[in-house]
Design a protein around this ligand. Structure first.
Ligand SMILES: *[C@@H]1O[C@H](CO)[C@@H](O)[C@H](O)[C@H]1NC(C)=O
Ligand SMILES: *[C@@H]1O[C@H](CO)[C@@H](O)[C@H](O)[C@H]1NC(C)=O
Ligand SMILES: *[C@@H]1O[C@H](CO)[C@@H](O)[C@H](O)[C@H]1NC(C)=O
Ligand SMILES: *[C@@H]1O[C@H](CO)[C@@H](O)[C@H](O)[C@H]1NC(C)=O
Length: 477
């Protein structure tokens, strides 16, 4: 019991107590697709593979032994069957290939005492069976890790034909030669697999688990625990927390748990929790990035309300008397972090802002006027069409209160109506026009989404999608 607890603690060192804010579920469909991509990639790799020279001695009884070298070996044909892959619950992935055939062509050289000879050869290795079990884990830094637990290989047979030279002499020994080559190849298959897995593992271990996504934000996505391999799917739990590039401040709230159902007919399901979104707004807020100065030049030309004391006299009668005919400056800033809530089929955005108003005096100095506190709640629907995130946002509710004033008190009701009108007539239509066109989903040249579907649930959004993977190297050919 204590042992379990200790190993659990050491496993999640540094991230203990964190719930994942991003989850990914790979379904069996995804695994099968991934296996096919790997096999296609392997096929092309094997076709271009340079086979190391094979040399050795073969005993020809009382006469001694013949030294042979097989060189310039090229792969002529590869016949890589679709592998049988499946999740191995609690461990990783089991893979079996049966009936893998390969045809090679090369040169042979033999030396037997002073007799040297040479020619070409064809070698067919057929019915190679291969089975291996791969373990999926994570390392201390949260990289996924992969290792070979078990590997078995078997070769159905080989067929060799020698041409040129005094090859007829060796015909006699071909069967023994074949047996030897057979053993040589069999001996190399699993180590070759293991070596490739190790090289994949070293790539994974060197992978970044933190990415800068905007000039101000970075996201940390280490795995918080080893992949949870079940019989029909594997879940990966990522930290999924945004930070400001300026500092690593933890927000005063924690990630809640969420259950991400795997969508069987999709290869991958991604889940992003409210916490992930709110860590981004917190990072912006705590880095002091949510503030903006608004001047009259930024107000649309068609607006009947200008940012000057004359125009604001409509709402604040005493203002033009105290500061006649002056332009104004509004300092808008977030009083608190914006909040994002995911509800079934809807996203709610809460904004908590303050506006500090100044009159710009003729000598360009600023005279503080008042501070308004303002809360607004928006709700939106979002969906994905043609790999574009689309949606529409509406103002649900807005409250406005006079926070402080250097010019005496005034009623905010008509100002609130004006602001609400401005949001509904100017801000939202522009934003919604953008959301109607849509924002393209981020893709890389290696991984593309196929038919992604977005669903907003309570506490998290879910993206179920097929993918198209183009391994590096495909583009280069
Ligand atoms: C807004 O204007 C004030 C006064 O000129 C200045 O102190 C402040 O830095 C400005 N803030 C931003 C975000 O530009
Ligand atoms: C202030 O706004 C009014 C319109 O409301 C405009 O007629 C006037 O010229 C503006 N004054 C200044 C100083 O910009
Ligand atoms: C709008 O906010 C007011 C004040 O906070 C509240 O009483 C009211 O219920 C809210 N309305 C909606 C639709 O959320
Ligand atoms: C805005 O919301 C905060 C926190 O919920 C509350 O303390 C404040 O009174 C609200 N202000 C207004 C103007 O509604």
């Amino acid at each position: 019991m204590w042992l379990c607890l200790c190993s659990l603690l050491s496993l999640s060192a540094g991230t203990f107590g964190h719930n994942p804010a991003i989850k990914a579920v790979l379904t069996d469909k995804g695994l099968q697709y991934g296996a096919r991509v790997v096999m296609d990639w392997l096929q092309s790799r094997i076709e271009q593979m340079s086979v190391p020279d094979i040399s050795g001695r073969i005993s020809i009884g009382f006469l001694g032994s013949v030294h042979y070298t097989l060189s310039n070996i090229n792969v002529v044909q590869v016949d890589l069957p679709v592998p049988i892959v499946a999740f191995s619950e609690g461990t990783g992935i089991k893979m079996a290939v049966s009936g893998f055939n390969i045809a090679l062509h090369g040169n042979w050289h033999t030396s037997f005492h002073i007799i040297r000879d040479g020619g070409t050869f064809d070698l067919a290795v057929y019915n190679i069976d291969l089975s291996s079990l791969l373990r999926l884990r994570s390392d201390e830094q949260g990289h996924p890790s992969i290792s070979t637990v078990q590997c078995d290989s078997n070769i159905g047979g080989t067929e060799m034909n020698f041409y040129g030279g005094a090859s007829w002499i060796f015909k006699h020994f071909v069967s023994r030669f074949e047996g030897y080559i057979n053993a040589q190849i069999k001996e190399r298959i699993c180590p070759m697999i293991e070596q490739n897995i190790e090289s994949l593992e070293s790539h994974l271990a060197a992978m970044k688990v933190s990415f800068q996504v905007t000039p101000n934000l970075l996201i940390e996505i280490p795995l918080l625990s080893p992949p949870l391999v079940q019989s029909t799917s594997t879940e990966m739990d990522f930290k999924g927390e945004f930070y400001s590039v300026k500092g690593h401040t933890e927000p005063p709230f924690a990630a809640g748990p969420f259950q991400l159902p795997g969508v069987e007919h999709c290869m991958v399901t991604l889940g992003v929790s409210e916490f992930c979104a709110n860590s981004a707004t917190f990072a912006y807020f705590s880095a002091g990035l949510l503030q903006k100065n608004i001047t009259d030049s930024m107000i649309p030309k068609l607006s009947p309300i200008r940012l000057n004391t004359t125009s604001f006299g409509t709402f604040i009668p005493q203002l033009p008397k105290l500061f006649p005919n002056m332009l104004m400056l509004l300092q808008v800033f977030a009083a608190n972090m914006p909040t994002v809530s995911f509800l079934p089929d809807s996203v709610t955005l809460g904004l908590f802002g303050s506006v500090k108003a100044y009159a710009i005096k003729p000598d360009s100095s600023l005279a503080p006027l008042f501070r308004l506190d303002m809360n607004a709640s928006f709700s939106g629907r979002f969906f994905i069409v043609d790999k574009m995130l689309r949606g529409a946002l509406a103002l649900d509710n807005m409250t406005l209160a006079l926070g402080s004033s250097e010019i005496g008190t005034f009623q905010t009701a008509s100002l609130a109506v004006a602001l609400q009108t401005a949001i509904n007539m100017a801000v939202l239509p522009e934003l919604n026009a953008k959301l109607k066109t849509g924002i393209p989903l981020p893709e890389t040249k290696y991984v593309q989404w196929v038919n992604p579907v977005l669903k907003v649930n309570k506490g998290f959004v879910m993206l179920a999608t097929d993918t198209k993977i183009s391994p590096p190297g495909d583009q280069e050919r």
